[in-house]
Design a binder for this molecule. Structure first.
Ligand code: ZN
Ligand code: ZN
Length: 341
């Protein structure tokens, strides 16, 4: 089979590899679409300790079941060959306190497909049978491949607190910012301000119902405060994770409001702590998604409640390397690239 192998920082090679065979509790998936994620862009550039080359990345994907391990159906009775599916790429131990309260994504033994084991930038990928979710009727594999980033946004919405009728602010109109915008709207938040440096991405946010703020020419926090009678947003979401966006979110959030830290552009950086203290802000990390968040994301996609179209681009696996370079520098009017193995 063909696989796109990340060999070293900024080196992606299309290579013939042996097709993997599923272990007893695994399933072989024929990949239809596999999205490129911001975390993988960071790895591609060499900024990510989680992923070690050589590696087949790819954790946002959908396809069809091609083969079943001997115990796969016992693990997940819904499975049969030919079934269109998506996959929750995070697996956990199912036994620790985090897993037992439904937070498998916080399990100390969690593993990610495309990081700890080969991922979906290939014609075929083996995955744990219990991680496979059948696509509901009407949900295509193309949309199903978005379940993972949608689940990240679902988690952000779940942690942001009650937002009906409340103003919100999102720093960053990349895929997670655009999906969080839609999830916060579904939760009743409004108005929702979205800042970015890229006019094409601000146009996407505006089309999805956000109030765009061009951070090249405006102070986003000032715009949010001016529009909210000086109070600020009830909740802010940092979907970038750089020092300026963290600071902007702190300044844009009203006293006793909540700031969700999601983006991880910089792992370590300064934050204006005195303002967090003096205005009793709640800083909350949001990481990935629980298994329930992932199922909720599939349901949202099935009822067309969230979208990244018309800004989704399909590209052949061989074009993956050039797309990684382009996304890392000048993505332009593209919200998500789906590789088609
Ligand atoms: Zn992702
Ligand atoms: Zn666990």
């Amino acid at each position: 089979m063909r696989a796109l192998v990340w060999d070293a920082p900024r080196v992606m090679t299309l290579r013939e590899q042996e097709q993997p065979a599923p272990a007893p509790k695994e399933v072989l998936i024929h990949v239809a679409f596999a999205g490129i994620c911001g975390s993988e862009l960071g790895a591609f550039l060499g900024h990510n300790a989680l992923r070690v080359p050589p590696l087949v990345m790819g954790h946002e994907f959908a396809g069809t079941v091609a083969a079943l391990g001997a115990e796969a159906v016992a693990c997940n009775p819904a499975l049969r060959t030919g079934l269109p599916v998506t996959v929750n790429p995070l697996s956990s131990c199912d036994a620790c306190p985090a897993c037992l309260r439904g937070d498998g994504h916080l399990c100390p033994k969690r593993r990610l497909i495309g990081a700890h084991r080969p991922g979906a930038y290939a014609e075929y990928v083996c995955v744990p049978a219990e991680s496979v979710l059948p696509l509901p009727p009407g949900l295509t594999p193309r949309e199903g491949a978005l379940a993972e980033p949608v689940a990240v946004a679902v988690r952000i919405g779940a942690l942001a607190g009650p937002l009906a009728g409340e103003p919100a602010f999102i720093a960053g109109a990349g895929p997670i910012g655009l999906l969080a915008l839609q999830v916060l709207r579904l939760l009743g938040a409004g108005p929702i301000f979205v800042s970015d440096l890229e006019p094409t991405r601000l146009a996407m946010a505006e089309e999805l119902g956000g109030h765009p703020i061009d951070a090249r020419h405006n102070d986003p926090a000032q715009v949010v405060r001016d529009a909210t009678g000086g109070l600020g947003a009830t909740a802010s979401v940092d979907a970038v994770g750089a020092a300026p966006t963290r600071a902007a979110c702190i300044a844009a959030t009203r006293s006793a409001g909540t700031l969700i830290l999601s983006g991880l552009h910089e792992e370590v950086g300064p934050i204006p702590a005195a303002e967090v203290i003096r205005r009793e802000l709640v800083l909350r990390g949001s990481f990935a998604y629980s298994p329930a968040d992932f199922r909720h994301a599939v349901a949202l996609l099935a009822r067309s409640a969230v979208r990244l179209d018309p800004w989704v681009v399909e590209a052949a696996l061989a074009e993956g390397g050039p797309w990684f370079e382009r996304l890392a520098h000048a993505p332009g009017g593209v919200a998500k690239v789906l590789l088609v193995p």
